[in-house]
Design a binder for this molecule. Structure first.
Ligand code: HEC
Ligand code: HEC
Length: 357
């Protein structure tokens, strides 16, 4: 049900944006999708607007006092605790060091707890992104890029990036530093399982995440990556930070991506390994990309291609993405996200599987 709430929040934000644009109000984002030929719509997972005049769905009555459990811990929380923006439930404190206050609680009212969206272990959801294991200097640099207007979404309808921008604007340098040191100290481990598949479960985008459609069923994958929770309920409403994602990619995508990533594909791009490290897990101040959310990675490449993300260091990425098409994004992230990572705490051995080819 909280999925419905997410959905309503997204529709609400959309309506506000659309109304703002009609009124010519301030910086209200336009309501239209980017029209460029390379736009990877699947990476943004924007909920389509309701048909004109459609009634807004009523929020279902919810018992927020019921206690919930997830596998692997005896801890138990109510939905109100799990979704507490000022200090959400920490299901597995043993999986990470002690969180600094800004990460655990945020600073009210302007900065929400980082652990709400990025999870206490920094794994995050495809809608926001993984922040564990990022280099400290990169982390601070990119927060300042958000703050200084140098990092915006390539699709202006991606409203939660605007929330992130607002948090960065309100953080002190000390808070940025504390958060950067904390997340850098948490290792990036297995989180997404990449599966080549001709057909995928039907999904609905809710809160910029593809959840399995209520009516069920399968559909052709097309030239997309469909990243969806391993278990919808563990992700929403339970926000289980050990329950990862599966990313369906078209058959053959991993192999095609490997060629682009390791050789640059005869001048189409530049070998990623030269800057992101031989194993793509980062090198010095350059962030790791291996084993991270494919939707997140593709969004960043498109954001840089269209110039919405244009900080000083993003310049190095411009020639990398200049000629890439939607199909290239699909292939590149299929390979990058499928790189085996160390097993997560409480997790299974990393694996990459191929099914229903
Ligand atoms: C409301 C959800 C939300 C909260 C709370 C939140 N973030 Fe974010 N964060 C995002 C989104 C959305 C993005 C950008 C995703 C994109 O660019 O597509 C992001 C991106 C980031 C990035 C960039 C990651 C990268 O690989 O470049 C950093 C760093 C970051 N957040 C740090 C923080 C910190 C520190 C806090 C706590 C003060 C925080 N975030 C709280 C939603 C959130
Ligand atoms: C010349 C060096 C260089 C090469 C080659 C390069 N990158 Fe990057 N990449 C960077 C730097 C530097 C950043 C950080 C940009 C910033 O701070 O905004 C980055 C950032 C990124 C990001 C965003 C990471 C995040 O956490 O938000 C992605 C995704 C990415 N690169 C993918 C790739 C892929 C895929 C390739 C190969 C096809 C590649 N890069 C090749 C230097 C490079």
């Amino acid at each position: 049900m909280t999925k419905t709430l997410l959905c309503i929040a997204a529709i609400g934000a959309f309506t506000v944006a659309a109304v703002g644009a009609q009124r010519g109000g301030g910086d209200a984002p336009p309501a239209a999708a980017p029209s460029g030929p390379n736009y990877p719509a699947w990476a943004y997972a924007i909920t389509p607007p309701p048909p004109p005049g459609a009634p807004r769905p009523a929020a279902p009555a919810e018992d927020t006092s019921a206690v919930h459990h997830v596998p692997g811990t005896t801890r138990a929380f109510t939905i109100a605790q799990i979704a507490d923006l000022r200090g959400p439930a920490d299901w597995f404190p043993e999986d990470h060091p002690a969180m600094p206050a800004i990460v655990a609680y945020g600073r009210q009212p302007a900065v929400r707890s980082c652990s709400y969206c990025h999870y206490p272990n920094g794994k995050g959801r495809p809608s926001n992104g993984g922040v564990a294991g990022l280099p400290v200097s990169y982390f601070i640099q990119t927060l300042n890029d958000f703050k200084n207007g140098l990092r915006k979404p390539g699709d202006p309808r991606k409203v939660n990036v605007n929330q992130m921008i607002a948090f960065a604007k309100n953080m002190t340098p000390e808070e940025m530093h504390a958060a950067a040191e904390y997340f850098a100290s948490v290792q990036w481990t297995q989180w997404v399982r990449v599966v080549e598949a001709k057909t995928v479960p039907k999904t609905d985008a809710e809160g910029s995440i593809f959840f399995k459609a209520h009516e069920g069923g399968m559909e052709p994958i097309g030239m997309r990556v469909i990243e969806t929770p391993e278990d919808d309920e563990q992700t929403e409403p339970l926000r289980n930070p050990r329950s990862g994602f599966v990313a369906y990619v078209p058959p053959g995508a991993i192999k095609k991506g490997e060629a682009l990533v390791t050789t640059g594909g005869n001048g189409k791009t530049i070998a990623c390994t030269s800057c992101h490290g031989a194993d793509l897990r980062g090198s010095g101040p350059v962030p790791g990309i291996a084993g991270r959310s494919p939707s997140y990675l593709a969004r960043q490449m498109y954001d840089i291609q269209v110039g919405a993300r244009h900080g000083e260091w993003a310049e190095l990425m411009k020639p990398v993405v200049a000629k890439l098409t939607n199909e290239d994004y699909v292939n590149i992230v299929a390979y990058v996200s499928s790189r085996p990572m160390p097993p997560a705490p409480g997790g299974k051995t990393p694996q990459q599987t191929a099914s229903n080819r």
